[in-house]
Design a protein around this ligand. Structure first.
Ligand code: AMP
Ligand code: GLY
Length: 427
């Protein structure tokens, strides 16, 4: 089987590495890919959002499956376009990807089908939004852009001034373009966050191993929100009891709601959850694998990934038993200094071998390019250094040991990935 992966970050590197393990996979292609991915898949310089370009590439390569990994091409309808041309795909069609593409849509769906989430209102008028915040007078207040914003369109405002500034930057200054023309203002939830990625064929939902992201840029959850600075799996807070509650109140109701709305969701659905004192609630849905959650979840997958892709496509997921390792996995992201704001690229990375790897860990490349045999930084998040171990402590020790061998100018990483999970027994 020949597979074309669309995307070029750490998540796509992890997807490529998991597919590479399948004896059924012959050729792996990736567009655009990156320096690290190019060591295990043939990469083509076509952007994931260039839908015409990706369709033309698929026509040329004739893959058995096209795996569309990032949010924007999914929301833009790449899967629909490929299906029209007769290609098999992994990933939801646009009418289901809207679950991530519009927070107003997803909040409306949860309200209609009684799926637990933070209370909210949506606004298309900045003055009305600001008046609402003033009347509510509850801080922190959570202000979100309706559309996609690279994980950065959420502001947790501590007071009225911050909240009003957030509304203005989104709705009037257009900081996030069209994504901010509508905003969602919601109740602030307290608790521990859990990510659950789930395979679904539109009827059956099979959750993967749970994970925990670390979204803030700095240690102790300080600094700005990022795409994610590190992950661990499994998430110890996501106990068997909570998993059962989520299946009954969140996972199945969501899949059923989407089918009832004529928007069957096929692919990987990302549940961002908050474990509150009133039970688990949805923070957000994403229509795809998480990044960097994928980097810690897929290494624990024991079933052939290709079998899952085929079961999702043929809507026979119900009959497939998906097996997971009992091990733990940890991923520490090394980012460019300044990320998620301004940062420089083109820095030479030292400590990697010719495959972009280092001993004792697997290095997923997020933003790198390979030039004249050297790996250079090419993005905000650069590498996801990942290790598995018998338990979380062992995985973290190995991941951090490997992080210590890799450097580039102004490299930055969090030193406390996994600490909250390690203290689980103590809370
Ligand atoms: P999102 O892009 O919706 O995942 O939001 C990014 C991050 O903001 C989440 O991972 C949470 O840490 C935080 N967040 C979003 N919504 C809420 C909320 N209603 N209450 C508390 N924290 C939130
Ligand atoms: N790590 C968060 C996301 O993929 O959206």
């Amino acid at each position: 089987m020949n597979i074309l992966i669309v995307g070029g970050g750490g998540r796509e590197h992890a997807i490529a590495a998991a597919l590479k393990k399948s004896p059924k996979v012959e050729k792996l292609w990736c567009a655009p890919g990156n320096g690290g991915i190019s060591r295990i898949a043939e990469c083509f310089p076509v952007k994931a959002t260039d839908l015409d370009g990706i369709c033309a590439l698929a026509e040329k390569l004739q893959p058995d499956y096209v795996f569309v990994a990032p949010d924007d091409p999914l929301v833009m309808g790449l899967v629909d376009r490929l299906n029209e041309r007769g290609f098999k795909t992994f990933g939801p069609r646009a009418n289901a990807a809207i679950l991530e593409g519009s927070k107003a849509f997803s909040k409306g769906l949860m309200k209609k089908y009684n799926i637990p989430t933070a209370a909210y209102e949506t606004f298309t008028d900045a003055d009305k939004a600001i008046a609402y915040i003033k009347a509510q007078n509850q801080y922190p207040a959570v202000i979100k852009c309706d559309g996609l914003a690279l994980g950065k369109g959420v502001i947790i405002a501590q007071n009225f001034e911050e909240a009003a500034d957030a509304v203005k930057s989104m709705m009037i200054d257009g900081k996030f373009g069209k994504s901010g023309s509508e905003v969602v203002i919601e109740e602030f939830m307290r608790g521990v966050e859990v990510t659950v990625l789930a395979f679904t064929d539109g009827k059956t939902v099979k959750p993967m191993i749970s994970s925990m992201d670390h979204k803030r840029a700095l240690d102790n959850d300080e600094g700005l929100n990022t795409g994610g600075m590190g992950t661990i799996a499994p998430n110890p807070y996501f106990t068997k009891e909570i998993a059962e509650e989520c299946m009954e109140k969140i996972f199945l109701p969501t899949i059923n709601a989407m089918r009832a709305e004529g928007r069957p969701f096929k692919g990987c659905l990302y549940f961002g959850l908050m474990l509150t004192s009133e039970g688990a609630k949805v923070v957000e849905y994403n229509c795809r694998f998480g990044d960097p959650e994928t980097q810690v979840v897929l290494p624990l997958l024991e079933t052939d990934f290709v079998d899952i892709i085929e079961a999702v496509d043929s809507e026979t997921l119900e009959n497939l038993d998906i097996k997971w390792s009992e091990n733990a996995c940890a991923c520490v992201v090394i980012a460019s200094g300044g990320y998620p704001e301004k940062y420089e690229t083109g820095k030479e990375i030292s400590g990697l071998d010719e495959n972009g790897q280092t001993s004792g860990a697997y290095v997923y490349h997020a933003g790198t390019k390979l030039e004249n045999g050297k790996f250079l930084t090419a993005g905000g998040r650069v590498l996801g250094v990942t290790a598995t171990g018998e338990n979380l402590k062992a995985a973290l020790d190995d991941a951090y040991k490997a992080v210590g061998k890799i450097t580039f100018e102004k490299a930055h990483f969090r030193k406390d990935i996994g600490q909250k999970a390690l203290s689980f027994d103590k809370v």
